[in-house]
Write a protein that binds this ligand. Structure first.
Ligand code: F6R
Length: 242
């Protein structure tokens, strides 16, 4: 696991974006694994700029998002499909038909999970997977105790994650407690993994990921097993590393 420590969140976003820009330069038909949440927003803004400046194109890209709330349609403003459309897809030259987010409105979520894995495989696997990290060490919605070899499945969210994400929902709005998420095994299959973390509130999770034991108690610690994983973090997130 390679660790890159930068001054602040702006530098983290720029560094992360450059990894994706290089990847698309090298392989314009890359299969990208994408994430939602606050952390990747600035990285997506950099990619949008690079696309407008014609440094990169998404025309041949296929994408797979990590996760989605179960029970929300893609048109719901809190759904991750909606987030991706707003934050990236509608601003770049990607063919939306080639973008995949687990279907939060699937009639049969279990079948949908199997289908998601099949689509990733049919696309040739993920070239580069972007990750954020939860305060509890989750990646995707793989909460603590997730199997380290798990595949895309329905997962219950922990109270910590529900509380952390409550900021996106109005007080009287329905907030799902279930998700569909790629598994840790699915993430580990990506040829390259780039995890971004910024801020002091991620310092414990980063400490457990980098210096802790390999354990399902900290799902991100599974990245210790990956041959080509890079953690791009700011000084605050790195503050508890020895
Ligand atoms: C999002 C995701 C989550 C987030 C994590 C951090 O698709 O899979 O694991 O990456 O919860 O979220 P932020 O970036 O909002 O701190």
């Amino acid at each position: 696991m390679q660790i890159v420590i930068l001054k602040n969140s702006a530098e983290v976003a720029e560094y992360g974006a450059n990894i994706f820009i290089k990847q698309l330069g090298k392989k314009p038909d890359s299969v990208l694994g994408l994430a939602t949440g606050s952390t990747p927003v600035s990285l997506y803004q950099s990619l949008i700029r690079a696309n407008k400046e014609q440094l990169i194109s998404f025309k041949e890209v296929t994408s797979f998002n990590l996760d989605e709330y179960l029970g929300l349609e893609g048109t719901h403003p809190q759904s991750y499909r909606y987030f991706m459309n707003q934050q990236l897809f509608e601003h770049v030259d990607i063919n939306k038909a080639n973008t995949h987010v687990p279907p939060g409105d699937a009639e049969n979520p279990i079948e949908a999970c199997v289908g998601y894995e099949e689509r990733i495989e049919a696309a040739g696997g993920i070239d580069i997977q972007l990750l954020g990290i939860g305060r509890n060490g989750h990646i995707g919605f793989n909460e603590p105790s997730s199997g380290l070899m798990s595949r895309t499945r329905v997962k219950t969210l922990t109270k910590a994650t529900i509380d952390d994400n409550a900021r996106f929902f109005a007080e009287d709005e329905y907030q799902p407690h279930l998700s569909i998420t790629m598994g840790i095994g699915t993430i580990l299959d990506a040829r390259k993994v780039v995890l971004l973390a910024t801020g002091e509130n991620k310092a414990d999770a980063i400490l457990a990921t980098v210096e802790g034991a390999l354990t399902a108690a900290c799902p991100a610690s599974a990245l210790q097993l990956h041959k080509n994983a890079v953690l791009v973090i700011d000084e605050a997130a790195a503050s508890k590393l020895s």
